[in-house]
Design a protein around this ligand. Sequence first.
Ligand SMILES: [Zn+2]
Length: 247
Amino acid sequence: MSIRNNIKGFLGETVVAGRLGWSHLFGYKGKVLRNIYIPKDDGTTTEIDLLFITCKGIFVIESKNYIGYIFGTDTNQHWTVCVYKGKGFWGQNKTQKFRFFNPIKQNKFHIKWLKNYLSSDIEMFSCIVFSDNCELKSIDISSSTATIVCNGSALNHSIRKLWDEYPDTLGEDQIDELFLKLKSLAKQSADVKKKHIESINKKENRIFCPYCGKPLVLRTASRGAYAGKQFYGCSGYPKCRYIKNIG
Ligand SMILES: [Zn+2]
């Protein structure tokens, strides 16, 4: 499945789920909110991709649309995405590495501010979901509890494992109450797709140009032989013309 379809699928599912109110996202009953902007003490906000409010607590879902091999542990400051660059002269695999902020730490901030906003210590589950174009090569999250790191296609299965481990703690009234309280933090906009593209390029997800150090952004070729294909391009363009093709 292409990354584009992957994103569409993820969005389609959650947009529909949001409309239904009570939903059965990933096979579980709960309420779904997308693109929630949680206020922080300094007056700015932090953005959460998706919240799934259930009888077990709140699943705080952060989606990552990188392409490549992913390496990291829960204690690392940065994780690495390794992009395959073809065969070298001796037949060895050539790769290029990019760093990004540890998504477990990133989502911990989200959870911290969400708990702060709700003034509540209800159970929250941290879910880091990579696109199916990523291969999770070496991920060690053994010192984190109530945490999932998986590909999109494995999310259902991963939620199931946590679901069975944790007791029901919220009734339907409490779920409704949380939903209404958090709903006001969802950015109202018709153009869901545009927002999602923005979120792909948002600050916390940045990876950096190996030549000039500026953030790379995910772009789609508009013409030529590669029209429609996605690539990483340097945000320093046209000064820096670094691009990394994908696939
Ligand atoms: Zn550059």
